[in-house]
Design a protein around this ligand. Structure first.
Ligand code: SAM
Length: 243
């Protein structure tokens, strides 16, 4: 059944007008007509059945049934993602959503090339959240992954202090193979730390280790940060039996 992501808090029973991008998507791309049914979801734990009652050239109308709550499972996989330059960050965020990552903490690491002053950090956060919502719509996620405010390493580590397994992706030969860090029975929650283009500093590696992160390798080759993030998300989704 076709699903449409709507603004959080806007889901209520009754008649609802559809215009703009949503109108284009439903009536031009998916060619819905009166009588067709779909599901609206707000990505925040609520969804509702809806039926098309009219489909005009610029706007349409839906009759929306009373919303129901979707069980909000705790995010199983959280990625502490060092901010990557430009569109590579957008690409990486979209892939992490498709692979089922439940929470993303954009990390301002020492060697992050992108430096974000406070005002800019907020604007950047809005962009990341819009990317994640678009990817959630496209990949039909029931819940839109949370993107936390941009954080420094200490604050980011504190965000996942309670995770059942904490993995630091480290390109250094001292890291152990990821495979050998995975327990037989997958823990309920996993946190993954991905360093910036320049890698984490020795002090940051120490901080992560002191916070219980196990340094793991994805092989001998040096991967780009976005490749390492996406590869680890796919491997862990498999380990968590999500794929
Ligand atoms: N500056 C580092 C260097 O030149 O040796 C490379 C950093 S790499 C481009 C960016 C991030 O991707 C790293 O901080 C690490 O988190 C991750 N990464 C890259 N290759 C990896 C590997 N083979 N195993 C584990 N993590 C890796």
């Amino acid at each position: 059944m076709l699903r449409l992501l709507v603004e959080p808090g806007s889901l209520r029973a009754g008649s609802r007008e559809v215009s703009g991008d949503d109108h284009h998507y439903l009536f031009r791309v998916r060619r819905l007509a009166a009588g067709d049914r779909l599901i609206l979801f707000d990505g925040d734990g609520a969804e509702a059945d809806a039926e098309v009652t009219s489909a005009g050239p610029r706007a349409g109308r839906l009759e929306v049934a009373p919303p129901r709550v979707v069980a909000a499972a705790a995010p199983r996989l959280t990625v502490l993602l060092s901010i990557i330059k430009g569109e590579r960050m957008d690409w990486c965020l979209a892939k992490l959503v498709e692979l089922g990552v439940g929470r993303i903490v954009p990390l301002a690491a020492e060697r992050s090339v992108v430096r974000l002053e406070p005002g800019r950090a907020e604007r950047r956060l809005e962009r990341y959240r819009a990317q994640v919502r678009a990817a959630a719509q496209q990949s039909r996620c029931a819940l839109v992954p949370h993107v936390e405010p941009v954080a420094g390493l200490e604050a980011a580590l504190a965000e996942v202090a309670g995770a059942g397994l904490k993995l630091h992706l480290w390109e250094d030969p001292r890291a152990i193979p990821l495979r050998s860090a995975l327990p037989e029975h997958a823990p309920a929650t996993i946190a993954v730390l991905v360093g910036p283009e320049g890698g984490l500093t020795a002090a940051e590696v120490e901080l992560a280790t002191a916070a219980g992160f196990v340094a793991v390798s994805l092989g001998r080759r040096i991967l780009r940060a976005e490749t390492a993030a996406v590869a680890s998300a796919a491997i862990l989704a498999y380990a968590l039996n999500d794929i």
